[in-house]
Design a protein around this ligand. Structure first.
Ligand code: SF4
Length: 400
């Protein structure tokens, strides 16, 4: 099977889902969906850092040691922004990047290399950074993130000094954080600090048009902070295959791109976003996303309206990460946002093993209390109107 054949089949299945097979024939999928050599991925300035980065970033949450061809192709296609973390694949992600640089040391110069630490202590971050450099066989990373912060209070004066020291030692060029929780508050808090170089945050067609996200992104763009969007497919916790989803699939195939490509384009249409970080564990998905990045066709007003309607129709199946709203409403400490994310990894990304490993890392008492807790007050506050109790109980049995 050729790459394009594989891509067409996979995209088609992904786009239509099993229920949509009767609506769209595979032969209707345009070839342009899987274009492979239509030019290099464009770049955008990363805030005021002076660096230009590819608008598509290679997310490193996959088996990189055994998929070196993807990295080789990334260099050829201009996907030269690589994102990993100390924790990804139990360290194998960074080791895979190191394996690549050992073979192609000259490519290190063209890569904007990003890694992250979840240590959240200065000593732990120093240990993680040193280990990351060793694993990736490099003397510096271009950007280092404090990973998955939930509040801007994590980025305190000590953290600022740590970043300055790491820069002075030449181990990092830029410093910032990533966030999947309370993103808008984290961004709004970061803008006035003036020492945050870059942020990676959950951002997609569901979230990008809300007033608070617009204000947060405006503030960071105004402060010269480089912004990378992640979780751009807006995948949720509940898979519905509702009529709106099927209409959506058909709509974009007729326009010449897949639903997934349309969701990427919606984010790229905001020039304040420097790059989209995407997990692309297969050449098929990598090809699809690269084709979208080099393709200059804009979404039409109707395309945008279709996305808006989809976001509306499936809101109750998508956790917006606003944990500051639901978690304080509970009688006991419970990481609702994190569990919703693990459910998304399992159900939407199809990465059950990863989701279960993250779930098992939660404290035993938290897991034990999960299906007994009363979530009524949290559900009453949830702006997405999610059935939190039901989903938490499902997570407790599905991910245990
Ligand atoms: S469950 Fe609802 S309130 Fe809680 S983080 Fe998700 S969207 Fe926000």
């Amino acid at each position: 099977m050729s790459l394009n054949d594989e891509c067409s089949r996979r995209d088609f299945l992904k786009t239509t889902g099993a229920v949509g097979l009767g609506l769209l024939a595979a032969s209707t999928v345009p070839e342009s969906l899987c274009a492979q050599d239509s030019g290099r991925v464009p770049t955008r300035p990363f805030g005021k850092t002076g660096a230009n980065v590819a608008i598509l970033s290679m997310g490193g949450m996959f088996d990189i040691p055994n998929n070196q061809l993807i990295l080789r192709q990334a260099v050829k296609w201009g996907v030269t922004y690589w994102d990993t973390a100390n924790s990804y694949e139990g360290g194998n992600s960074e080791l895979g990047i190191g394996k690549y640089f050992a073979k192609y040391p000259e490519d290190r110069k063209s890569i904007f290399l990003v890694t992250k630490s979840t240590a959240w202590t200065l000593k732990g971050m120093t240990e993680h950074l040193n280990l990351s450099l060793e694993r990736m066989r490099t003397d510096h990373v271009d950007l280092f993130f404090v990973h998955a912060i939930r509040s801007i209070s994590t980025m305190d004066k000590d953290m600022q000094r740590w970043g300055e020291q790491a820069k002075a030692e030449g181990k990092i060029r830029f410093f910032g954080f990533s966030t999947h929780s309370n993103m808008e508050e984290c961004l709004l808090g970061a803008a006035p600090l003036r020492w945050i170089d870059g942020i990676m945050m959950t951002y997609n067609y569901r979230l990008m048009h809300t007033d608070k996200m617009r204000r947060a992104v405006d503030a960071c763009a105004g402060a010269g902070i480089g912004l990378t969007a992640m979780k751009t497919q807006g995948g949720g916790q509940v898979l519905t295959n509702n009529p709106e989803e099927l209409k959506l699939a058909g709509r974009f195939v007729q326009s010449g791109f897949t639903e997934g490509q349309a969701r990427l384009k919606a984010v790229w249409e905001n020039p304040q976003i420097a790059s989209i970080c995407s997990q692309m564990p297969s050449m098929a998905l990598f090809s699809e996303n690269t084709a979208a990045a080099v393709n200059k066709t804009k979404l039409s007003a109707l395309d945008r309206e279709v996305l808006r309607r989809d976001a509306q129709a499936s809101a109750a199946g998508y956790c917006a990460g606003c944990t500051g709203i639901c978690e304080p409403a509970l009688a006991a400490s419970m990481p609702v946002g994190r569990v919703m994310r693990y459910l998304m990894y399992c159900r939407n990304y199809g990465n059950r093993d990863f989701a279960r490993s993250r779930f098992r890392a939660l404290p035993v008492e938290t897991r034990a209390a999960m299906d007994r807790l009363n979530y009524t007050a949290a559900e009453a506050r949830c702006p997405q109107k999610m059935p939190i109790g039901r989903l938490m109980r499902e997570a407790a049995s599905e991910l245990a």
